[in-house]
Design a protein around this ligand. Structure first.
Ligand code: GAP
Length: 447
């Protein structure tokens, strides 16, 4: 059996990108106009996959925890937010231009100070390039109307800290969570959805007493490890990197980058940072509002410290796809079909389609039985109904999109009220009574 580990790294990235396009996971943005560099649109299967990630995260970290509440804030915030947070001054990457080919590159990504484009060695002096994306509100493009698309969702949690204190009256430790878009004018976007200028984050600002920060740092590290396991990511591809002094973001007192061995190198997947009271202190000073928390027992007023676990949604999608991709020798191949079967072995909860209902032929006698099965099961699971092409080709397609269960309705069904249920990974087929299908699917999908 050929697993993804044996697929050459460069091929793996190409395979994922072309499968994503061919099967409707992810398309190049503005495709019919020749695209917009490094923008991507999620197609029908991609949006299901992405929503599964976001919904599971929300269930796990917001709804199933008594100590975390969610918000959904505006993308555009008062520019004073970004002044106070330090982003206007410090959210920069070191930019150099190659004097030979004029490529603009990140100095910290150069290897041996050599141009990645033309191998030139002569660069302009380094300048700090601010990654905030600007736009203008209102009818004139004067600087008074300049606003910024948020480069992280985090600041909205700090800005709403007082609202949450006043309305929810939470006790420390507690968290505020948010999912949503963030924008960065990246100098070198690329590697499919790994680095984009428009992307999605899932973040939690977890407020603690200063003396307890280490305990909760460890707690969130544990939660992130468990999340990665459930996402189907193999532990041996993960690296937990403690970022040394001088290399951390301007606000952080300790950061662990969770890095993954992508086909294009070991790079960040998620991050966990101890932000101290940096953000609340700055916002209190800049806004003039009292953002202190009052301990109900001692009446002491103080600024809580913050642990921030942060997840990139698009990098989660990318890693889930890289991990799920398998090529195996196919037991059978029809004419024109490859001798290898491509299977996306997503964990069942993650699979964009859970059950495919496949009547053996388009004949009405079969659709009369198959359609009600689709109608019943699709109330509980995302299902697909497909009656085109040969059954072998349909199985191949479902394997390629990672559907855990295929149900085939055939002419015997009309006699025995039973269907064939096929497991994606083992390809084992069993006969099941139609009346038992919902229960059987629930059992097999662990939902
Ligand atoms: N609030 C902290 C923060 O924003 P970050 O490490 O800059 O920290 C958090 O970003 C996560 O967002 C990253 O771990 C990554 O998953 C994702 N991310 C950051 N920049 C990205 C980009 N240009 N494209 C896609 N995902 C990105």
């Amino acid at each position: 059996m050929k697993k993804n580990s044996t697929v050459a790294n460069t091929d793996l990235m190409q395979n994922i990108t072309s499968l994503a396009k061919r099967r409707g996971f992810i398309f190049a943005g503005s495709d019919i106009y020749g695209g917009l560099a490094n923008s991507w649109d999620y197609g029908p299967l991609g949006v299901e996959l992405k929503n599964n990630i976001k919904q599971e995260w929300w269930r796990r970290f917001v709804q199933q925890r008594a100590d975390v509440v969610g918000i959904d804030a505006a993308l555009l915030m008062n520019p004073k937010v970004w002044e106070a947070s330090g982003h206007l001054a410090s959210f920069t990457d070191p930019l150099v231009e190659c004097k030979t080919c004029h490529a603009r590159l990140r100095e910290d990504q150069l290897i041996d100070r050599t141009c990645l484009n033309c191998k030139g060695k002569d660069f302009t002096p380094t300048r700090q390039f601010n990654m905030m994306l600007k736009t203008y509100l209102g009818p004139s493009e004067e600087s008074a109307n300049t606003v910024y698309f948020r480069p992280e969702t985090a600041q909205a949690m700090f800005v709403n800290f007082k609202n949450i204190l006043d309305t929810n009256r939470p006790k420390l430790p507690f968290g505020i969570a948010q999912q949503g878009k963030a924008f960065r004018n990246e100098i070198t976007p690329g590697n499919f959805v790994f680095r984009m200028r428009e992307f999605e984050q899932m973040e939690i600002e977890y407020f603690v007493k200063e003396r307890e920060w280490e305990k909760y740092f460890e707690h969130w590290l544990g939660e992130m490890k468990q999340w990665l396991k459930d996402l189907g990511v193999s532990e041996k591809k993960l690296h937990y990197v403690d970022i040394p002094d001088g290399e951390r973001a301007h606000y952080s007192k300790r950061t662990v980058d969770i890095e993954y061995e992508y086909p294009f190198g070991q790079k960040e997947l998620y991050g966990l940072a101890y932000r101290g009271d940096f953000d609340l202190k700055n916002h209190m000073q800049a806004s003039g509002q009292d953002l202190r928390y009052t301990d109900t027992e001692t009446q002491e007023k103080f600024l809580p410290h913050v642990i921030e676990p942060t997840w990139g949604v698009d990098r989660s999608v990318l890693v889930a796809m890289l991990e799920a991709y398998h090529e195996e020798d196919a037991p059978t191949a029809e004419e024109g079909e490859s001798a290898k079967r491509v299977v996306m072995k997503f964990p069942a909860w993650l699979a964009p389609v859970k059950v495919a209902i496949l009547p053996l032929s388009k004949k009405e006698e079969l659709s009369k039985v198959a359609k009600p099965i689709f109608e019943t099961l699709s109330k509980q699971f995302v299902c697909e109904y497909d009656e085109t092409q040969s059954i072998g080709k349909r199985y191949r397609r479902q394997d390629e999109i990672g559907t855990p269960l295929c149900i085939t309705v055939d002419f015997e069904t009309l006699q025995d009220n039973a269907v064939t249920i096929r497991d994606r990974d083992t390809m084992k087929q069993e006969r099941i009574l139609v009346k038992d299908l919902a229960g059987e699917a629930t059992k097999r999908l662990h939902v």
